[in-house]
Design a binder for this molecule. Structure first.
Ligand code: NA7
Length: 502
C-alpha cells in the first residue's frame, strides 16, 4: 500500500520502503511492515541469501550465546531447536524458513551492496546507489546489524603470511586445521567457540591473547526428541520455557549491566567466575593469564563449557606476549620468538562503532550532511536507536542507544514496532516526510545518559577491557533500560515526537 496515493508520477519511487540488510533485523522489520499493510518494500543484502550474521558465520562451533527460547521471534517460536543454545546452522535455516513462510523472497535482492544513499528534498525520496543499480524509496531503513563488517587486526605484515589465513566470519571450509600448526588471534566470543572445537585435531594450536575474557559456564544441553516433543505438545510448555529464558537473559545482562550499582552482591559473581576458572585450568600461570583484570560486564562475557579446560591440552599454548608482526611463515612476538604456522585464524571481531560501520555506506541528507560525519562530530545520538534528528525518512533497527543487550530479537521487534507506528501515522496524514524532533531526541538522550552512573561501564577497571562496547570517545551507546520499559516506549512514544510534512 502506498502512503501517498495521488503522488505525481515524477515523485513515485521504485519502492515505498527499502530495507538494507536481510538478516533477522531486516526480516523482522519487513514482516512487521507487511502486517501493517506496507507491501511495497525491497530488502537488499550483499550476501547470497538471508540470515545476516548467521549466513556469514559458519566457523566450527558457531552457536548462539543467548538461550534459543529467547533467540527467536516472539511470533515464530520453534520447538525444534536441537539444543538450549542452537548451533549457527539452525539459525540460518530458521532465517530461510521465515523468509519462505512470510513470502519474503520476491521482496529480496541479494548480492547487492549499497554504496551510497542520499535524500532529495524536492522529491522527499532517497536515492540508493547499489552494486546492482540505483533504487529510489520514500523511506529507508538500515537493518545492517552491528557485527557484519569483519575487522582485520592492524598488525604489521598482515598480508604477508603465505599459507592459509581467514577471518572467522569468512571461514574457508576448504582449509583443514587437522594435523596443522594453527595460530588464532583473539579471545572474544568467537574464539571461545572455535578454540575448543578445533584444538584436539591440530598438531599444535597457539592462542594469541591480548585481553582475557570472562568465560562462564553455559547451560547448554541437547533438547532431545522427548524434550522437543514436550515443548511442542504440552500446553504452556513453550511459553514457560520462553518466560524462564527471558528472565534469565534479563537478569544476566540488562539488569546487571545497566542497574549495576543497585544490585547487591555483584562481587560474588566475579568470585564465582574466578573459582570457575580455578576449577577448569590446572596450570596456575595459565590460569592467571586467563583471568581478566577488569570487572565482569565491562565487555561481553562468553559462555562455554570447555573453552578454559582446552588450555590444559598439551598441544595448546596460550601466548600473551604482544604480536610484533605477521611474517610469511607465522607470527613474531615482541620477545623475538617466531611462531611458525600453517594456518592463521583471525578471530579479531567486527567494526561495531567505527565510522565506516554504521552505516557501511555514505548516507547524506539534502544539505549534504553525512550521517557518519554527524555522529563523529556530535557523538552518537538518536531517538530510541531508531531515528536521528536531521535525517528525515530514515530509520535504523540497531542505532546508537537503542539496544539494551537482551536478545537481539527483542530489539528487532521493538524497533520494527516503532517504525511501523511512525509510518502508520504518516499514512494517516498522507505525509511524505517524517523526522524525529530535536526536542524529543534530546529528552530521550538525557533520560538514557542519566543512568550512566548506575551502569557497570562506569567501573574504572573497564578502561583496560578493550571492550567494543566503548566508542573511541568512551561512550557506551547501549539503551540503559529494562526490556519491558524499552518495549513500552517503542510502542507508546508520543507521535508529536515526530514532525510530518505533506
Ligand atoms: P570480539 O569480541 O571483538 O573479539 C575480538 C578479539 O580479537 C579480542 O580478543 C581482541 O583483543 C582480539 N584482537 C583484535 N585485534 C587484535 C590485535 N590487533 N592484536 C591482538 N588481538 C586482537 O569479536 P568476536 O568475533 O569474538 O565476538 C563478537 C561478538 O559476536 C560477540 O560479542 C558476541 O556478541 C557474538 P582485545 O580484547 O581487543 O584486546
Amino acid at each position: 500500500m502506498s502512503i501517498v496515493p495521488d503522488a505525481s508520477p515524477a515523485f513515485i519511487p521504485h519502492h515505498e520502503i527499502v530495507i538494507v540488510g536481510a538478516g533477522f533485523s531486516g526480516i523482522g522489520t519487513a514482516i512487521a511492515l507487511i502486517r501493517a499493510g506496507f507491501d511495497d518494500l525491497l530488502l537488499v543484502d550483499d550476501a547470497a541469501g538471508p540470515g545476516g550474521t548467521w549466513h556469514w558465520n559458519t566457523y566450527p562451533g558457531v552457536a548462539v550465546d543467548i538461550p534459543s527460547f529467547s533467540y527467536q521471534f516472539s511470533f515464530a517460536q520453534r520447538s525444534g531447536w536441537s539444543r538450549s543454545y542452537a548451533p549457527g546452522r539452525e539459525l540460518r535455516d530458521y532465517a530461510e524458513q521465515i523468509v519462505d513462510e512470510y513470502g519474503l523472497e520476491p521482496k529480496m535482492r541479494f548480492d547487492t551492496r549499497v554504496h551510497e544513499a542520499s535524500f532529495d528534498e524536492a522529491t522527499s525520496l532517497w536515492t540508493i546507489a547499489t552494486s546492482t543499480g540505483e533504487i529510489t524509496a520514500r523511506w529507508l531503513i538500515h537493518a545492517g546489524g552491528p557485527l557484519s563488517q569483519p575487522k582485520l587486526p592492524d598488525i604489521e605484515g598482515i598480508d604477508s603470511f603465505t599459507d592459509d589465513t581467514m577471518h572467522t566470519s569468512r571461514w574457508d571450509h576448504e582449509v583443514s586445521t587437522a594435523g596443522k600448526r594453527v595460530g588464532i588471534i583473539g579471545t572474544g566470543a568467537t574464539a571461545v567457540q572455535v578454540i575448543p572445537e578445533i584444538a584436539a585435531d591440530t598438531a599444535h594450536l597457539t592462542v594469541f591473547q591480548r585481553t582475557p575474557i570472562w568465560c562462564l559456564p553455559k547451560p547448554d544441553f541437547p533438547l532431545g526428541r522427548v524434550g522437543r516433543a514436550g515443548l511442542a505438545a504440552i500446553p504452556g510448555m513453550r511459553q514457560a520455557a520462553r518466560l524462564a529464558s527471558q528472565a534469565f537473559v534479563e537478569a544476566t545482562f540488562p539488569v546487571l549491566a545497566h542497574f549495576h550499582r543497585w544490585i547487591p552482591g555483584t562481587d560474588a559473581l566475579e568470585v564465582a567466575a574466578r573459582s570457575y576458572i580455578r576449577s577448569q585450568v590446572s596450570d596456575p600461570a595459565t590460569r592467571g593469564k586467563l583471568t581478566p583484570a577488569y570487572a565482569l560486564g565491562c565487555k561481553r562475557p562468553s559462555f562455554h563449557n570447555s573453552y578454559l579446560s582446552t588450555f590444559n591440552r598439551p598441544n595448546v599454548a596460550l601466548e600473551t606476549t604482544s604480536i610484533e608482526a605477521i611474517t610469511p611463515t607465522g607470527i613474531r612476538t615482541t620477545d623475538g620468538t617466531e611462531h611458525p604456522l600453517d594456518v592463521l585464524i583471525l578471530a579479531t571481531g567486527f567494526k561495531v562503532t567505527d565510522k565506516d560501520a554504521l552505516p557501511t555506506y555514505r548516507l547524506t541528507t539534502a544539505d549534504g550532511t553525512d550521517l557518519a560525519d554527524h555522529w563523529e562530530s556530535e557523538r552518537f545520538r538518536s531517538y530510541q536507536g531508531v531515528a536521528t534528528a536531521g535525517f528525515p525518512n530514515f530509520f535504523t533497527v540497531f542505532g546508537p542507544y537503542g539496544y539494551n543487550g537482551a536478545s537481539f530479537f527483542t530489539l528487532v521487534e521493538n524497533s520494527a514496532a516503532h517504525i511501523v507506528r511512525v509510518l502508520d501515522e504518516a499514512r494517516r496524514r498522507d505525509a511524505i516526510t517524517a523526522e524525529v524532533t530535536t526536542t524529543a531526541q534530546d529528552a530521550y538522550m538525557e533520560s538514557i545518559l542519566a543512568r550512566g552512573p548506575l551502569q557497570v561501564f562506569s567501573n574504572p577497571t573497564c578502561a583496560s577491557a578493550n571492550s567494543y562496547y566503548f566508542t573511541k570517545n568512551g561512550d557506551v551507546p547501549f539503551r540503559a533500560s529494562t526490556t519491558l520499559e524499552a518495549a513500552w516506549h517503542s510502542r507508546r512514544f508520543p507521535l508529536s515526537d515526530y514532525a510530518f510534512s505533506n
